[in-house]
Design a protein around this ligand. Structure first.
Ligand SMILES: [Zn+2]
Length: 202
């Protein structure tokens, strides 16, 4: 959260200088809206934490009224919890911060298209909008494979914007899996080099 706080402050400084330079009053600051790219870049920073912990790099944050209500990154492996996806952790944190499991008028930013589980949780939380970076052609539930968020059979729909900072999000995930494949290959080769001598007799 430190990086996020610093980036937030820097953005405010830049904007306040701009406003001051044009002789607008500083009271305009609360009405500034940040771009989708601004928030998604912060989700990418959160995903990097997952990467460093050996988890599939996905980061998410929930924003309402220009403020981060909750943030999270994938922790399924470290937490031994199949539900510990970035979106779920961000929703849990936001629910605690808002003291309410319903989170209307909020937007969830996430580096990868949500899965079915996370899409379901977003519907329960009554999130207004989802913005994601990389499309997930295998399990995406925001239009790629399933269209859970816009299904009219639910009593709530979540607006979807995909492909924001797409290249950066795709590159981060691809780098992670490439690194993991290389590590698995190296481990296999090491295992073979100290293989059972009985194999040579067969
Ligand atoms: Zn998920």
């Amino acid at each position: 959260m430190e990086t996020i706080a610093i980036m937030h402050k820097l953005a405010c400084c830049k904007l306040s200088a701009l406003i001051f330079g044009k002789n607008f009053i500083l009271m305009s600051l609360p009405f500034i809206t940040y771009s989708d790219e601004y928030w998604l870049q912060q989700a990418l920073d959160l995903a990097e934490r997952a990467y460093q912990q050996g988890e599939v790099p996905v980061g998410a944050l929930l924003v309402r009224d220009n403020q981060i209500l909750g943030a999270g990154w994938n922790q399924s492996i470290s937490q031994h919890d199949p539900s510990a996806h970035a979106e779920i952790l961000a929703l849990r944190a936001a629910g605690l911060a808002a003291n309410n499991y319903r989170l209307p008028k909020s937007t969830l930013y996430v580096t990868l298209e949500p899965c079915v589980m996370c899409a379901g949780a977003l519907l329960h939380a009554r999130v207004d909008r989802v913005v994601f970076g990389a499309y997930d052609a295998k399990t995406g539930a925001a239009g790629s494979v399933f269209d859970v968020l816009l299904d009219r059979r639910h009593n709530h729909q979540v607006q979807v914007t995909g492909g924001v900072l797409q290249q950066a999000c795709v590159e981060q995930i691809q780098a992670f899996f490439k690194e993991r494949r290389l590590a698995q290959k190296a481990a296999k080769l090491k295992h073979l080099s100290v293989g059972e001598p009985t194999n040579l007799k067969n």
